[in-house]
Design a protein around this ligand. Structure first.
Ligand code: ATP
Ligand code: MG
Length: 283
């Protein structure tokens, strides 16, 4: 049976449980548990600190795991990254005090940089031939310049508000990260088969996220313009209504452009527009 390692608690935990649930796999959310057995798929779930997940998978304590790409890169773990999962997005960036005379990467020459990601930073500095001092600290990296233990920081940024609060500006994005599915490199064939099934479910969830199923009624003379507004769909479904000269058009629209498309469809004569949640998109 496959064993998956997920974060026991923290920023990735709920999205991991959500992804499994949406894939028809229910698990007992395990704040006080180390291991549980899932329902709906032959899967054991191991709850770990995110730092430990890459190594646990590399060593075979778990077959697969869900963890931030940043942790995979920092631990330099011997695992395959099988899939990006689309949540836990963040970037790992260099940031400097906002009133500094920053003029490009050479600014960091001779400077001290505080971080919890020394390996990723070291690789980046080497690549760019910058000679800086790395000060490794475990938490609250953003406070380091203010308390005088470093000139700048290298840390996770998502909205950027923590940087602003601490008088810092992001000057260089080094790594774009998100949660990924990591896989042990020596999985037994029967486990590989289960993994394919699991990946198939994850892909179908990923594909449907951010998409809406949209139905509308259209007079016959509006069909051509409506199809022109939906160029991304190969072939939307068109069904005749009982009322002559009217059609029902079914299509899938990305949430990001939903309202824009709906305005345009209304303008060409679409009526009674229904927007529905899309659960799975299986291609
Ligand atoms: P653990 O107790 O498991 O070691 P942690 O405190 O190290 O947890 P979290 O803060 O829960 O880690 O973050 C887990 C992951 O979430 C990060 O490694 C990163 O990939 C991702 N993430 C996304 N956005 C952010 C953010 N704004 N701050 C921190 N991590 C983020
Ligand atoms: Mg951690």
């Amino acid at each position: 049976m496959l064993k998956i390692a997920v974060q026991a608690k923290g920023r990735l935990h709920d999205d991991c449980v959500g992804l499994l649930n949406d894939s028809g796999i229910s698990i007992t959310s395990g704040v006080r548990m180390l291991l549980s057995h899932a329902q709906g798929f032959p899967l054991d779930v191991l709850y770990l600190r995110d730092d430990d997940i890459p190594m646990a998978v590399a060593m075979g304590a778990a077959d697969i795991g869900i963890v931030g790409l940043n942790e995979v890169m920092e631990r330099d773990a011997n695992v395959d990254v099988a899939m990006e999962l689309g949540f836990g997005r963040c970037r790992i960036s260099l940031a400097v005090p906002k009133d500094s005379d920053y003029n490009g990467l050479e600014w960091f020459d001779g400077k001290a940089i505080a971080t919890s990601y020394p390996k990723i930073l070291n690789r980046f500095l080497k690549e760019h031939d910058i000679d800086a001092k790395i000060v490794e600290i475990a938490g609250s990296v953003e406070l380091a310049p203010a308390i005088g233990i470093a000139d700048s920081i290298f840390d996770i940024v998502s909205s950027g508000s923590t940087l602003v609060q601490n008088g810092l500006v992001e000057v260089e994005v080094v790594l774009k990260s998100q949660a990924v599915l990591v896989v042990n490199r020596d999985l037994a064939p029967e486990k590989l088969e289960d993994l394919e099934h699991l990946k198939f479910r994850f892909e179908s969830i990923k594909g449907s996220r951010g998409m809406k199923y949209v139905l509308m009624n259209l007079p016959e003379n509006a069909i051509e313009s409506a199809l022109g507004i939906l160029p991304s769909m190969k072939s939307p479904t068109l069904l005749p209504l009982a009322e002559k000269g009217w059609y029902s058009l079914h299509t899938v629209i990305a949430e990001s452009e939903l309202w824009d498309k709906i305005e345009q469809l209304k303008a060409v004569g679409a009526e009674d527009i229904l927007v529905l949640q899309l659960e799975n998109l299986i291609r």
